[in-house]
Design a protein around this ligand. Structure first.
Ligand code: PHE
Length: 355
């Protein structure tokens, strides 16, 4: 029996002349399929006399790898051609004009984060970040909030495991811990980010945004904190005089602690910030508790400072007259095109933050 009988030449020619991937695939199954040529020939081996079998098997195997190589080369060639064609067809003409009515807008929350970052960066703060999924240690324990502290309930935490080791951070304060553990004092940072609490109504969402501030150095006092926040509020609302009050409060990680309210009034159905006899709470703050500094191995005899946590969404609502927090997260394009901002108008202090 010779290889000629296997129609070797006929198939070699067919493979070479194949014009499409489908043709090659069908030749492949004609040769190697269940009733294919090679399968059929290999079956014959068993009935051959001993002395011929070895020789024939050798030739069959050579032919098999010859076929396989040829077929694989062809498949590779066709696949490459297909990719090339696809690339040619999918070419994007970036010189075409944009569609005038479908321009993206910057979300008010992003806008406000940019505005706040711009104000604080001008007075020497840099931006730090941390993950949304936190350890219970960074979110509570290191912040002087031990296991059975009532503040842990107050926070309505979303825990991620049965042992309550991992959670969605309830505030941006754990980034104080991350920063102080990984760097050396002095610290002067702000931390914008997402935070989570199990809460939902017109002014509370289960996911909301905070901006943490931390300034630790050798001679930082409560006076610096007041000056810093006063400057921030004036710049943010773009007004000269702001009615502002510090109300004694409690946070486990600051001592003393305060909450800051700003004065406002309603005029012709619109909120006017900075005057009037109504008060609105916008942030929590205080002098960083010596225990927190001890936990992150910062010398609390030498260093002290302040921290604050601002509710970003609330500030955005106030400044831009948005009265339902939930609208922020509904991704309604009509809402966004009304309240959103031009992407090319990056807020800067000297040009006016929101003009
Ligand atoms: N983390 C506090 C909160 O979420 C706010 C805060 C930050 C208070 C820093 C004091 C200092 O309510």
């Amino acid at each position: 029996m010779s290889i000629e009988n296997l129609k070797e030449k006929e198939f070699l020619i067919k493979i070479n002349e194949a014009k499409t991937l489908a043709e090659i695939e069908s030749l492949k199954s004609e040769i190697f399929g269940k009733n294919g040529l090679m399968t059929h020939e290999f079956k014959k081996l068993g009935s051959l006399p001993e002395e011929k079998r070895k020789d024939f098997a050798k030739k069959l195997n050579e032919l098999k790898s010859n076929f396989i190589n040829l077929i694989d080369d062809k498949i590779f060639e066709f696949e490459n051609k297909e990719i090339e064609n696809k690339l040619k067809q999918e070419k994007v003409d970036i010189t075409l004009p944009i569609r005038p009515h479908q321009r993206g807008k910057i979300h008010p929350v992003s806008q406000v984060i940019d505005e706040i970052s711009s104000i604080f960066s001008e007075i020497g703060f840099s931006v730090a970040e941390g993950p949304d999924v936190e350890t219970e240690y960074n979110n509570f324990t290191a912040l002087n909030t031990p296991d059975h502290h009532p503040a842990r309930d107050m926070h309505d935490t979303f825990y991620l495991d049965k042992n309550k080791r991992l959670l969605l951070r309830t505030h941006t304060s754990p980034v104080q811990i991350r920063t102080m553990m990984s760097q050396k004092p002095p610290f002067k940072i702000i931390v914008p980010g997402r935070t989570y609490r199990c809460d939902s109504d017109q002014t509370h969402a289960p996911m909301f945004h905070q901006l943490e501030g931390l300034h630790i150095d050798k001679n930082i006092t409560m006076g610096h904190l007041k000056g810093c926040l006063n400057h921030f509020i004036k710049e943010f609302f773009e007004i000269k005089n702001v009615k502002m009050r510090f109300r004694p409060s409690h946070f486990p990680f600051t001592e003393p602690s305060a909450e800051v309210d700003i004065g406002y009034k309603i005029e012709n159905g619109r909120i006017v910030v900075g005057e009037g006899d109504k008060w609105l709470e916008i942030l929590g703050c205080g002098m960083v508790h010596p225990n927190v500094l001890k936990n992150v191995k910062v010398n609390n005899k030498k260093y002290k400072g302040f921290a604050f946590g601002i509710g970003i969404d609330r500030l955005a609502m106030l400044k831009y007259g948005i009265n339902d927090l939930r609208a922020f997260f509904e991704t309604d394009y009509r809402w966004l095109s009304h309240f959103g901002f031009d992407p090319l108008d990056v807020p800067t202090n000297y040009r006016g933050l929101s003009k």
